[in-house]
Design a protein around this ligand. Structure first.
Ligand code: MLT
Length: 231
């Protein structure tokens, strides 16, 4: 599913959703858990994020690729690496990534995926006996390349142990095979890479394309994300 706005077309009951926003929300969430975040509360609105700040949470907010004013953190993974979030609960809202998570709540399980924790996600899915739907954050309802490349990388890691009636699965795998030798070069002309580079955001792009940097497995539990690897 290339956009959370299409989720009404899917029956999520009995399915595991892998929510992905490579640039950058789910890469940032995985990085936050890898650097000691206790749990993460993805929210849809800026105002709701502020209310969690009043309850003592760290707050993170991005709109159109830019850190929103008046919040503790933005949406660059590099903002979560200096020990500032150890043991803290982080409420976060982003343009698309948090929507991909919150709009998937009907699923039996929601897993946060990125290239950074690709193997942890693939290993977990192999243990689950559930159909899988990769929910790509995209950009404001539009398809993006990087999230579908992640889906293809995940299909490859599952060693083709899948049957899919949706050709998007094969398309994502073939796209990843075409791009995997140099993802950054392949994505050079993509919309979000151009958008971020126009904002002078360069190092996030290379970092978010790295594979298997972190062995963390954020999953939805009741009202927030927790790292299954840490419990
Ligand atoms: C999103 O949520 O769409 C992205 O993470 C935006 C960004 O690059 O921060």
């Amino acid at each position: 599913c290339y956009s959370p706005e299409l989720l009404h077309l899917y029956d999520l009951k009995g399915k595991a959703v892998v929510a992905v926003d490579v640039l950058r929300a789910t890469s940032t969430m995985v990085t936050a858990f890898a650097h000691g975040a206790a749990d993460i509360i993805p929210v849809m609105q800026l105002e709701e994020c502020r209310t969690f700040g009043e309850k003592g949470c760290l707050t993170a907010a991005e709109r159109d690729g830019i850190k929103a004013e008046g919040f503790d953190l933005g949406n660059s993974p590099f903002g979560y690496m200096n020990g500032n979030i150890e043991g803290r609960t982080i409420a976060i809202t982003t343009t698309n990534g948090t929507r991909a998570i919150r709009l998937s709540e009907e699923a039996d399980e929601i897993i946060v995926g990125s290239f950074l924790n690709l193997q942890a996600v693939a290993q977990h899915l192999k243990e689950l006996q559930l159909d899988v739907l990769v929910v790509c954050a995209g950009w404001k309802g539009k398809f993006n390349l990087e999230d579908t490349l992640f889906a293809g990388a995940l299909v490859e890691r599952l060693q083709y142990e899948f049957e899919s009636e949706n050709d998007a699965t094969l398309a994502s795998l073939y796209l990843y095979h075409t791009a995997k030798a140099d993802l950054l070069a392949f994505l050079r002309q993509s919309s979000h890479v151009r958008r971020l580079e126009n904002l002078e955001i360069h190092k996030d792009i290379e970092f978010c394309l790295r594979h298997d940097e972190y062995d963390v497995l954020p999953v939805w539990k009741e009202d927030r994300l927790v790292d299954l690897r840490a419990v």
